[in-house]
Design a protein around this ligand. Structure first.
Ligand SMILES: Nc1ncnc2c1ncn2[C@@H]1O[C@H](COP(=O)(O)OP(=O)(O)OP(=O)(O)O)[C@@H](O)[C@H]1O
Ligand SMILES: [Mg+2]
Length: 231
């Protein structure tokens, strides 16, 4: 733990967000999704982002994961200024981040194993990578289900596959957008235990959007957002 009560673990990356702004245009209207957010996350910390629906939690995670581009402000992850990246360097950055979505986002026509391997394509996965994907599936409790298709798996199992997929690139930063939002509470609790076990093992920084107080309580720190601003 550092002075602020947040743990530090140099296997994770520090994340620094400064005056971040994201606007969406819909017709004549401009919606401000993220409105000058500044946030400093030490390496290896676990941070919960909470707030009502529409407050900007997903947008913030999408910006940090470079799924969407900021209009203003700066994001630094490790020594990389994400907001300045483009082309191949942006793709490389994205590949180094783990992202877990609320609705799993598995590819329905691919087996569990191929879904875990999907982020490694187009660099055709070698033997070691297939082995790593198998080991990750075992780690999330799905040994023996490598060939199952997403449609044959329960919601909790699909989210386990999605977590294995998020970890296949050895991320030092894991972004999770309401990872238990589509699961019943018992299944959700299992997923959270799993995330924490993996976090301890791999030492990642974990930034998570959640509505659930019990989940936020397990994090080193909770950041509340409202109308795109930190409250
Ligand atoms: N692609 C988009 N186009 C237009 N507006 C958007 C888009 N994405 C998000 N917004 C708007 O930005 C604001 C923040 O949305 P965001 O999805 O980040 O909220 P959230 O906190 O994740 O909500 P929830 O808890 O429901 O997931 C909302 O007003 C939303 O309507
Ligand atoms: Mg959201």
């Amino acid at each position: 733990m550092n002075a602020g009560g947040q743990r530090t673990d140099t296997r994770g990356t520090p994340v620094r967000v400064t005056d971040l702004v994201k606007r969406f245009r819909s017709g004549d209207e401009t919606i401000v999704g993220v409105d000058r957010i500044t946030l400093d996350v030490p390496a290896g910390a676990t941070v919960a982002v909470t707030g009502p629906s529409g407050s900007g939690k997903s947008t913030l995670l999408h910006l940090i994961g470079a799924i969407e581009r900021a209009d203003e402000g700066r994001i630094e992850v490790d020594d990389v200024e994400v907001t300045r990246l483009s082309g191949r360097r942006l793709a490389k950055y994205r590949n180094g981040i783990g992202f877990v979505f609320q609705r799993f986002h598995l590819l329905p026509a691919l087996s569990a194993l191929d879904n875990v391997l999907a982020p490694l394509v187009p660099t055709r996965p070698g033997f070691d990578e297939v082995e790593r994907a198998r080991n990750l599936l075992a780690e999330v409790g799905l040994a023996g289900r490598e060939r199952a298709m997403p449609g044959q798996l329960s919601g909790g199992q699909q989210q386990r596959v999605a977590i294995a997929r998020a970890l296949v690139g050895r991320p030092r930063l894991l972004l999770a957008d309401e990872p238990t939002g589509n699961l019943d509470s018992a299944t959700g609790a299992g997923i959270i235990d799993l995330l924490w076990r993996l976090r301890d093992e791999h030492g990642m920084t974990l930034l998570m959007a959640t509505h659930e107080a019990s989940l936020a309580d397990r994090c080193d720190r909770t950041v509340g957002v409202h109308d795109g601003r930190i409250v």
